[in-house]
Design a protein around this ligand. Structure first.
Ligand SMILES: [Fe+2]
Ligand SMILES: [Fe+2]
Length: 202
């Protein structure tokens, strides 16, 4: 672990993430409430950067939930959520999970995180394929929201903890730079897939 971030640094990191979400639709409230405690918030290397995104995603999910069916902000926020999560997940796999997967001690943890990404892709495609202005849309969105919040909680409290044990500080700092570069490219190339999901999550 690199130098422990102070509580001021943690607060600033979280506030910055919420502000980035708010910039998409400034009039929609972002009530994300208390976030799960993680030692990585405000960390200067890869794990702190990933938690920054997770907090932005928590804010976007709360904001989408706060919109009415006909509010054009709902569509804008959902689009940003899908594109940002796509860029985040792909870059996380390239910068972090691919290396963590190669180490037999942590293969299972990386596999679990990548497996979740596949399930989330399907849930995002399902919500994107349905009529966002209909009253029933929120039900499908809520499944995605719950699954996504579970995924990032697990990463912050289980998979990052195990990954950190097998990575040097130098690795972690280097990975932050790789992540930033790859996320930018992956987000720019992200396409919003649309596919109704008929089978239950496997
Ligand atoms: Fe993540
Ligand atoms: Fe992830």
């Amino acid at each position: 672990m690199l130098k422990r971030p102070s509580s001021k640094m943690k607060k600033e990191a979280k506030a910055g993430s919420i502000a980035r979400a708010k910039s998409i639709a400034p009039n929609v409230p972002a009530r994300i409430g208390s976030t799960p405690a993680t030692k990585y918030r405000g960390d200067p290397a890869i794990f702190g950067r990933l938690v920054d995104d997770h907090d932005k995603h928590r804010a976007l999910l709360a904001m989408i939930h706060a919109t009415g069916a006909k509010d054009p902000a709902r569509k804008k926020l959902f689009k940003e959520f899908v594109r940002d999560v796509h860029g985040h997940a792909a870059a996380e796999e390239q910068a972090l999970w691919s290396t963590v997967m190669r180490n037999p001690e942590t293969t299972e943890f990386a596999r679990h995180a990548v497996g979740d990404h596949h399930k989330l892709d399907k849930l995002m495609a399902d919500a994107a394929a349905r009529d966002i202005t209909s009253r029933g849309w929120l039900r499908h969105f809520e499944t995605l929201k719950d699954e996504y919040l579970d995924h990032i909680l697990e990463e912050e409290t289980e998979q990052f903890v195990e990954a950190e044990k097998v990575l040097s500080q130098k690795d972690q700092l280097y990975m932050r730079r790789v992540f930033a570069r790859r996320k930018k490219a992956e987000k720019a190339a992200a396409e919003i897939k649309k596919k109704i999901r008929h089978a239950p999550l496997g």
